[in-house]
Design a binder for this molecule. Structure first.
Ligand code: FO1
Length: 310
């Protein structure tokens, strides 16, 4: 069994490629829930949904989040009623959140609700949230009027990542437990993959759930990480704003430094081949291949290279 730690769209695209070269029944995906929020009373899990929608073949490829063929009538009507409109929920997407919210209100755990949503969407792999307890990524910024503590989506969507970041924290992480099955899967895994996701707000929240980092360290298998940074910039997202807040260089070798002692191999792009020695110096086997995923074939080739390092 392979275990993959995943954030949003980058991870989703990588995993879709992985499924071209690996059996879905032999993959467990552990998704980040630090980005989760309540919107209009609905439980929204953006990273779980990005993985689920993409692997079910339902994602809007262009936008990078949400469902294809989306319409926006409910959001427009809510805005007319004076409800917040900074976080756009499409009509079809709202159906997912209604189902998840009902299941949670009836007493299901987030793992159970996620399994149900995935089964109904036709997601071919097992997708688990990192935890059934809430862990909230908080971004402390220098706002226009002084220091502010923002929820991740407030920072990224409402404020467009425009405020200088002072710190990133995972509220609730200390009290959270890994979702049922996560530690067992890691403990018996044939390989662990850290997907090409933002290391600060996608992978770090998963590793912040007590027990997960230690389980990966102690796993009887190899661990390979894939860079989300190519040529000193993230392919999409805000890693360039967040890595410096942790004193980390916005580069493949900077990300590799965050995974030193955890991963055995690090996949970096050919344009960053000159950083391979620095990666090796951190104790990680460098694997230099094209990492930009323009097509599913690109993603499959990247996944094959990452698996080859396990
Ligand atoms: N990203 C945006 O930039 N603007 C939005 O209004 C927005 C809404 C949204 C709704 C549901 C969902 O699953 C994702 C959504 N995203 C939106 C993407 C999301 O903010 C982030 O890209 C991820 O949380 C980071 O992985």
């Amino acid at each position: 069994m392979l275990v993959a730690l995943a954030g949003g769209v980058g991870a989703a695209r990588f995993l879709r490629g992985l499924l071209r070269v690996h059996a879905p029944s032999d993959l467990l995906v552990v998704g980040n829930t630090g980005d989760d929020l309540r919107m209009h009373g609905l439980a929204v899990s953006p990273d779980l949904d990005s993985v689920a929608y993409t692997l079910a073949g339902l994602a809007d490829e262009e936008r990078g989040w949400g469902l294809a063929g989306e319409t926006w009538n409910v959001g427009d009507a809510l805005a007319r009623l004076g409800e917040p409109s900074w976080f756009a929920l499409g009509d079809r997407d709202i159906a997912t959140h209604l189902l998840r919210t009902r299941l949670l209100a009836e007493g299901a755990t987030l793992s159970e609700a996620t399994a149900e949503v995935c089964a109904r969407l036709g997601v071919p792999v097992r997708l688990l949230p990192m935890s059934d307890q809430p862990v909230e990524t908080r971004v402390e910024v220098d706002g226009p009027g002084g220091p502010e503590d923002l929820g991740f989506q407030e920072y990224w969507v409402a404020r467009k990542a425009s405020d200088p970041v002072r710190a990133v924290r995972f509220r609730g992480a200390e009290a959270a437990r890994p979702a049922p099955g996560v530690l067992e899967a890691i403990g018996s895994a044939g390989g662990v993959l850290l997907c090409p996701s933002n290391p600060v707000v996608s992978i770090a929240p998963i590793l912040a759930v007590p027990g997960i980092r230690d389980a990966i360290r102690a796993a009887p298998c190899r661990v390979a990480a894939v860079t989300p940074i190519i040529g000193g910039a993230p392919v999409r997202g805000m890693a360039d704003k967040l890595l410096p807040a942790w004193g980390v260089e916005v580069s493949a070798r900077g990300v590799a430094g965050l995974y030193a002692g955890l991963a055995d191999a690090f996949v970096l792009d050919t344009v960053d081949a000159w950083q391979a020695d620095a990666v090796a110096g951190l104790g990680l086997q460098p694997v230099v291949v094209p990492t930009l995923m323009r097509t599913v074939e690109d993603a499959a080739a990247l996944a094959k290279a990452a698996m080859g390092a396990l």
